[in-house]
Design a protein around this ligand. Structure first.
Ligand SMILES: Cc1cc2nc3c(=O)[nH]c(=O)nc-3n(C[C@H](O)[C@H](O)[C@H](O)COP(=O)(O)OP(=O)(O)OC[C@H]3O[C@@H](n4cnc5c(N)ncnc54)[C@H](O)[C@@H]3O)c2cc1C
Length: 402
C-alpha cells in the first residue's frame, strides 16, 4: 500500500476529528480502525456545551441535536444527600447521545472529507527506523500488513498498546480512573438534569456516581473512581454502585426498581495529561494521550480538541518537512494552549473541594446560598464558575479562607 503523509490509528472521536480537519486542510491521510462502525464505546454519553462549537465546525451539530437527549442542568448531591442544581442559562443544554450513534456521525463526517480508510485493521505495533516512527504494523484480513507515513497519530484509546510502546501510557493510580457503565429503565425521580452523586470518602479524590438521563425513566448510570480509591474501598466498582443504591435515599429511589438493559461494562480512563505525548514521527490524541479531564472524566471535548491540535501540528510538520521529536514538541504547546487552563482548574478543585466529603458538603452549602445560574463548561460560564469558586475559597465559611 502506498505511503501517506499521515496515518491515524483509531477512528473514534479523536481520530475522526483529526482526520476531518487534516483532510479539509488538504493533507493526504489514511485512518485505520480495528472495529466496524457503527460500534459501541463504554461512556456516560454526556456531551457538554464545550463540545458544541467543535460539532458545528464539522457540520454535524444538527444531526447530534436530532438524536441527543437535552439536559438543562447538573445536579450535585453530597454524602448528606443535600442537593444543588446548576441550571444552565436559558437556551443552553448538554446532550446525552449514545456513543453508538455519536461516534458514527463523527466518523462519517471524516470520511466525507475524502480520508483513506480501512476498518477491521488492528494495529499491533509502531514501526520505527533509527528511533523514528515510520508507520504501523497490523493485522488485516488475517495477514500482517505494514503501512507507512511521515507522521503517525495514535488515537486508539485508553487501552493503546502502541501508546505504551511509545512511553505515553499513564500509570499513576491517582490519575487513572475506572468507569463502570450500564443502561437502566424504570429509573425513578429523574428530571432532565445530569446527576453527580458524591456518596462519601470511598470515592476520594474526585470520584462519583452519575446518571445521564436518556428519557423520562431511562438513564445511563455509572461509577467513576480512581484506581487508588477503588483499591482502598475494598469493593469492586459494581459493588460500589449497589452499595450506593442500598444505603442512600436517592440511590434507593433512582435504582431500587430499575431494570438493567444489556450488561454493565467497565473501562479505563487515563486523565490529566501529565506526560509528553509526542516522539520522533509520532503524536497521540485523546485517550491514547491521557487527555481526559481529571475531575469529571469528560473526554470527548478533549479528544476532539486534541484532534484539532494534531491537525495543526501535522500541517506545519509537512510544510517544514520535519517530523523530528524536537519539531513535534510544539504539539505539547498546542495542547497546553487549548486544554491547559482547564486542567489547572480541575487540579485546583480536586485539591480543595473534591478531596474530602466535608469539603464537598461545604461547597454545596456555599453554592446553594451564593451561586445563581452558572454554566459548568465552556466560555464565560466557566470563567464565572471559577470566579465563584474563588469566592468560596475566600469566604469566611471556607476552611481554606486563612
Ligand atoms: C465509563 C466512561 C464514561 C465516560 N463518560 C464520558 C462522558 O459522559 N462525556 C465525555 O465527554 N467523556 C466521557 N468519557 C470519556 C470518553 O469516552 C473518551 O474520552 C473518548 O471516547 C476518547 O475518544 P478517543 O477517540 O480518544 O478514544 P476511543 O473513543 O476509545 O476511540 C479509539 C478507537 O480506536 C480503535 N482502536 C483501538 N485499538 C486499536 C488498534 N489496535 N488498531 C486500530 N484501531 C484501534 C477503537 O476501536 C476505537 O474506535 C467516559 C469514559 C468512560 C470509560
Amino acid at each position: 500500500m502506498r505511503k501517506h503523509q499521515v496515518l491515524i490509528v483509531g477512528a473514534g472521536v479523536g481520530g475522526s476529528t483529526a482526520a476531518f480537519h487534516m483532510a479539509k486542510a488538504g493533507l493526504d491521510v489514511m485512518m485505520v480502525e480495528k472495529e466496524q462502525f457503527p460500534r459501541d464505546k463504554v461512556c456516560g454519553d454526556g456531551q457538554v456545551q464545550g463540545i458544541h462549537p467543535l460539532l458545528k465546525s464539522m457540520g454535524v451539530y444538527d444531526e447530534i441535536e436530532k438524536y441527543g437527549y437535552k439536559c438543562s442542568g447538573t445536579l450535585f448531591s453530597d454524602d448528606r444527600e443535600i442537593q444543588y442544581t446548576y441550571n444552565y442559562p436559558d437556551g443552553e443544554f448538554a446532550f446525552a447521545t449514545p456513543r453508538y450513534i455519536f461516534d458514527d456521525i463523527i466518523n462519517k463526517a471524516a470520511l466525507k472529507q475524502g480520508v483513506d480508510y480501512l476498518e477491521n485493521f488492528e494495529a499491533t505495533e509502531v514501526i520505527t527506523r533509527r528511533g523514528q516512527a515510520i508507520g504501523v504494523r497490523g493485522i488485516y484480513d488475517g495477514k500482517v500488513v505494514e503501512l507507512e507515513a511521515d507522521l503517525v497519530v495514535l488515537a486508539n484509546g485508553s487501552h493503546s498498546m502502541l501508546a505504551r510502546q511509545m512511553g505515553f501510557y499513564e500509570e499513576d493510580p491517582n490519575y487513572v480512573f475506572y468507569g463502570l457503565r450500564g443502561y437502566y429503565e424504570n429509573v425513578r425521580g429523574l428530571s432532565d438534569v445530569i446527576e453527580f452523586h458524591y456518596p462519601n470518602k470511598l470515592f476520594m479524590p474526585a470520584g462519583y456516581i452519575w446518571l445521564f438521563p436518556l428519557g423520562k425513566t431511562k438513564a445511563n448510570v455509572g461509577v467513576f473512581i480512581t484506581e487508588e480509591a477503588l483499591r482502598k474501598s475494598g469493593m469492586t466498582s459494581e459493588e460500589l454502585l449497589w452499595w450506593w443504591r442500598d444505603n442512600y435515599k436517592i440511590g434507593r429511589e433512582r435504582m431500587g426498581e430499575a431494570r438493567e438493559i444489556g450488561k454493565l461494562k467497565g473501562w479505563r480512563l487515563p486523565t490529566g495529561k501529565h506526560k509528553a505525548v509526542h516522539g520522533s514521527g509520532v503524536i497521540a490524541v485523546g485517550d491514547a494521550g491521557n487527555m481526559i479531564e481529571p475531575l469529571y472524566g469528560g473526554g470527548l471535548p478533549h479528544a476532539m480538541m486534541s484532534g484539532v491540535c494534531a491537525s495543526r501540528m501535522a500541517a506545519e510538520a509537512i510544510v517544514a518537512n520535519d517530523f523530528s521529536e524536537e519539531y513535534l514538541r510544539k504539539y505539547e504547546d498546542y495542547i497546553e494552549e487549548t486544554l491547559g487552563s482547564g486542567y489547572k482548574i480541575q487540579e485546583y478543585l480536586r485539591s480543595i473541594v473534591f478531596d474530602t466529603e466535608e469539603h464537598i458538603s461545604e461547597f454545596i452549602d456555599y453554592s446553594i446560598e451564593n451561586f445563581t445560574d452558572v454554566q459548568l463548561s465552556g466560555g464565560d460560564g466557566m470563567a464565572k464558575f471559577v470566579h465563584d469558586v474563588k469566592g468560596f475559597v475566600g469566604s469566611s465559611k471556607s476552611a481554606y479562607s486563612k
